[in-house]
Design a protein around this ligand. Structure first.
Ligand SMILES: [Zn+2]
Ligand SMILES: [Zn+2]
Length: 160
């Protein structure tokens, strides 16, 4: 079960850093374990409330650097005002397509991208430790909606 693995990895990280595995931290881990692919601090807090936990949003924010440090989750580049996180435990390196209309995030992997970034780094004698690719645009649902709106407008204009 995801939770057990998460708990173990987090416990190990805390121990290494002389930090305590408190009840609050345990509850935050439980809330993270059942999040969808991408989530924000508010989502974690909402889940905690559902779990009847008293952990505050401030505590969630304070716990996030620990969760990132332990390698359980990471920040994604997308966000605007809100930072989006995602779980990375056992997840292959991937990239994001972000819909600028509804905020939907689609994960994708592409071996060609890996090859290209390797090439670029080699040519520049650069040792890469991390890279991200983010494509912004409109998802299929939003594109369909936009197409319909456009058609309606033409329709109205034709009958004026
Ligand atoms: Zn969309
Ligand atoms: Zn992702």
């Amino acid at each position: 079960m995801a939770f057990a693995i998460y708990e173990e990895q987090f416990r190990y990280f805390l121990k290494r850093n002389n930090l305590k595995f408190t009840k609050e931290r345990r509850e935050v881990i439980a809330a993270i374990a059942i999040q969808r692919n991408h989530f924000n601090a508010e989502d974690i807090h909402q889940q905690l409330k559902k779990q009847k936990s008293n952990v505050s949003l401030a505590t969630v924010y304070r716990t996030i650097p620990l969760l990132i440090g332990s390698g359980l989750m990471t920040e994604t580049t997308y966000g605007g005002e809100r930072i989006i996180y995602e779980k990375i435990y056992n997840k292959p390196h991937h990239h994001h397509m972000v819909c600028i209309n509804c905020g939907k995030i689609i994960d994708f992997t592409c071996p060609d991208v890996e090859i290209v970034q390797n090439d670029i780094c080699q040519k520049n004698f650069f040792l890469s430790t991390e890279y991200r690719l983010e494509i912004k645009g409109y998802c299929q649902t939003c594109r369909k909606k936009m197409k319909n709106k456009k058609m309606n407008r033409t329709f109205i204009q034709e009958f004026k």
